[in-house]
Design a protein around this ligand. Structure first.
Ligand code: C2E
Ligand code: MG
Ligand code: MG
Ligand code: MG
Length: 288
């Protein structure tokens, strides 16, 4: 930032870099103990059927309660965990925790778990997931694995084999943050996904920008013609919800409908006590 600023400033720049590196190392080392120190937990954000207005499942989102810093943002600590390798341990913990939780929910509800590209490259990923499903007794078709395009770029044959194995287990694969990667279209052609999630950068622009609406419409149309339902994430306003509904989006997720919550089971249990069967309406349509 101050590279051209002469010797004094260059020194300042170096000192700043050192500080950033130190902060990063500090996070790395704290993350290695975060699980055993009970600092990691999972928040669950509801995903709604666009037409039914009912909760169809939840996305598991990792939270780190970092001493002295409060709840740390995944966008900050996950890239560091990916670089240091601790994402493998953290991601597996989240997967087990989320599957354990989801196994208690009324039956059709699904759980979506984010899997990092680093985890996705593990040679035994499928076995690990299979073991967790057995251990938690969660039906495989209630688990959705969300991956981003970054998971697809390395060894494409291996990626394909992993995707096919997961699907043969019955697990569903969601292409997350669709539209932000380098070759979204060719990835859709090459790899078998069950669902597409439109990146929330498009959702946020829907009311203000005709191009974003055209893009979302095109993604939904593409999804339909390829047999993949489309979810829109980051729905924050009634207008956005209305637009994606009109465009034929299958599911919606966003702060308008529900924020990530650490205790969904308690609410689900309370609701199923009110209804006659556990599988009936787990939630009223939030926009009516
Ligand atoms: P993501 O998978 O795309 O998750 C959606 C993110 O958008 C979440 O942020 C969620 O809280 C946020 N979000 C949902 N609706 C709205 C909305 O209406 N408005 C706004 N402004 N934001 C909304 P979060 O929890 O901070 O997670 C950020 C990212 O960190 C995730 O993006 C995902 O890439 C990553 N992440 C979170 N948990 C995990 C995990 O367990 N494993 C891995 N590998 N990555 C994770
Ligand atoms: Mg996700
Ligand atoms: Mg996303
Ligand atoms: Mg994301």
């Amino acid at each position: 930032r101050v590279k051209h600023g002469g010797r004094g400033k260059a020194c300042f720049f170096d000192a700043e870099m050192d500080e950033a590196t130190r902060a990063r190392r500090q996070i790395e080392s704290e993350l290695r103990h975060a699980i055993t120190r009970n600092q990691i937990h999972v928040s669950y954000q509801p995903i709604y059927g666009a037409l039914s207005g009912e909760v169809s499942g939840y996305e598991a989102l990792m939270r780190w309660n970092r001493p002295g810093h409060g709840i740390s943002e995944p966008d900050v600590f996950i890239p560091i965990a990916e670089e240091s390798g601790s994402i493998v341990q953290l991601g597996e913990w989240v997967l087990r925790e989320a599957c354990t939780e989801a196994a208690r929910w009324p039956h059709p509800l699904t759980i979506a778990v984010n899997v990092s590209p680093v985890q996705f490259m593990l040679p035994n990923l499928c076995e690990r997931i299979e073991a967790i499903l057995e251990e938690t007794e969660l039906a495989p078709d209630r688990l959705e694995i969300e991956i981003t395009e970054a998971a697809l770029i390395r060894d494409r044959d291996r990626v394909m084999a992993t995707l096919q194995r997961l699907r043969s287990l019955g697990v569903h694969i969601v292409m997350d943050d669709f539209g932000t990667g380098f070759s979204s279209l060719s990835n859709l052609r090459t790899f078998p996904f069950d669902k597409i999630k439109v990146d929330r950068s498009f959702t946020g622009m829907l009311e203000h920008d005709a191009a974003s609406r055209s893009i979302v419409r095109a993604i939904i149309g593409l999804g339909h013609s390829l047999g993949m339902p489309v979810v829109t994430e980051g729905v924050e306003t009634e207008t956005q919800r209305q637009i994606v509904l009109e465009e034929g989006c299958a599911q919606v997720q966003g702060f308008l409908l529900g924020k990530p919550d650490i205790e969904p089971s308690i609410k689900l249990a309370a609701k199923s006590l009110l209804s006659s069967t556990a599988d009936a309406d787990v939630s009223p349509p939030p926009w009516r």
